[in-house]
Design a protein around this ligand. Sequence first.
Ligand SMILES: *[C@@H]1O[C@H](CO)[C@@H](O)[C@H](O)[C@H]1NC(C)=O
Ligand SMILES: *[C@@H]1O[C@H](CO)[C@@H](O)[C@H](O)[C@H]1NC(C)=O
Ligand SMILES: *[C@@H]1O[C@H](CO)[C@@H](O)[C@H](O)[C@H]1NC(C)=O
Ligand SMILES: *[C@@H]1O[C@H](CO)[C@@H](O)[C@H](O)[C@H]1NC(C)=O
Ligand SMILES: *[C@@H]1O[C@H](CO)[C@@H](O)[C@H](O)[C@H]1NC(C)=O
Ligand SMILES: *[C@@H]1O[C@H](CO)[C@@H](O)[C@H](O)[C@H]1NC(C)=O
Ligand SMILES: *[C@@H]1O[C@H](CO)[C@@H](O)[C@H](O)[C@H]1NC(C)=O
Ligand SMILES: *[C@@H]1O[C@H](CO)[C@@H](O)[C@H](O)[C@H]1NC(C)=O
Length: 199
Amino acid sequence: MHLKYIFAAVMGLAVGKLHAQGPSASRKAKGGTGSFSLFAYGGEIGGLPVFFLNGAAVITDFKTANNSGSNLVPVAFTSGGDGSFSASPNTTAPVFNNATASPPFNNTCFFIPGAGNSSHEVGFASNSTSTDIITTGWTFYGHIALLESTDGSLISLFWAVPSGTDRVWNLTWNETDTSDSAIPVTLKDTPPPNLVTKA
Ligand SMILES: *[C@@H]1O[C@H](CO)[C@@H](O)[C@H](O)[C@H]1NC(C)=O
Ligand SMILES: *[C@@H]1O[C@H](CO)[C@@H](O)[C@H](O)[C@H]1NC(C)=O
Ligand SMILES: *[C@@H]1O[C@H](CO)[C@@H](O)[C@H](O)[C@H]1NC(C)=O
Ligand SMILES: *[C@@H]1O[C@H](CO)[C@@H](O)[C@H](O)[C@H]1NC(C)=O
Ligand SMILES: *[C@@H]1O[C@H](CO)[C@@H](O)[C@H](O)[C@H]1NC(C)=O
Ligand SMILES: *[C@@H]1O[C@H](CO)[C@@H](O)[C@H](O)[C@H]1NC(C)=O
Ligand SMILES: *[C@@H]1O[C@H](CO)[C@@H](O)[C@H](O)[C@H]1NC(C)=O
Ligand SMILES: *[C@@H]1O[C@H](CO)[C@@H](O)[C@H](O)[C@H]1NC(C)=O
């Protein structure tokens, strides 16, 4: 493991939030065991869960998701044997809409676009090879989800980009349009204390 990359990712991207929680807390137990949710932390985003929206990954709070009129499905993950994150609907989360009643996905692969892909959108794809998305290489450092890149370094290049709907952000990777209100975030498997309404 390349510690300097981990700390670069943590200090560079997560800013105050992770620092405040401290590396000692995150070292106590490794994340990603069993079934877990992923929560985005960074800037004004203090731990918002990842949702499925028509194949894309977005982040918001449960209350906004419940009242948005969109088919946002809370996601439960498990670690696949090949370093993938398998995503299925979290049917016990307090969000109710047409898609949570009849979820349009099950055991789908969490993906990021590949380095050559002009799209930055993070989402969910079937477990088959596609030309320019990455579905494997996921690991945890403490409770922080990181990608092991081909040179062995552990990286996190997640961003939250305002979706156009208030308090809903698109999750992106290696964002180039950082001019507006895009916020660098890290994903952790630990929820904030006040999960339901937290934004
Ligand atoms: C979601 O909406 C249902 C009603 O459809 C309500 O019972 C529930 O409390 C709401 N949950 C949240 C988190 O607002
Ligand atoms: C849910 O389904 C009902 C009935 O088909 C439809 O009227 C409504 O617009 C749908 N809601 C959403 C958010 O798609
Ligand atoms: C994808 O397939 C591989 C090989 O069968 C398996 O190990 C992995 O768990 C699968 N990942 C998901 C997300 O279904
Ligand atoms: C599903 O959501 C509920 C409510 O937030 C939470 O308690 C539970 O841990 C989640 N399950 C998974 C597997 O993430
Ligand atoms: C999701 O897939 C699992 C097998 O991996 C299966 O046991 C379960 O019934 C499926 N759920 C739905 C809602 O299709
Ligand atoms: C990020 O995007 C740049 C181009 O904007 C590319 O050169 C680089 O390889 C990408 N990095 C990753 C890890 O995808
Ligand atoms: C690029 O990434 C998008 C999702 O962000 C994906 O739908 C598309 O298939 C990828 N392009 C290629 C050529 O694989
Ligand atoms: C956010 O994602 C949705 C669904 O993928 C897409 O339709 C929309 O254009 C995206 N918004 C921005 C600002 O990228």
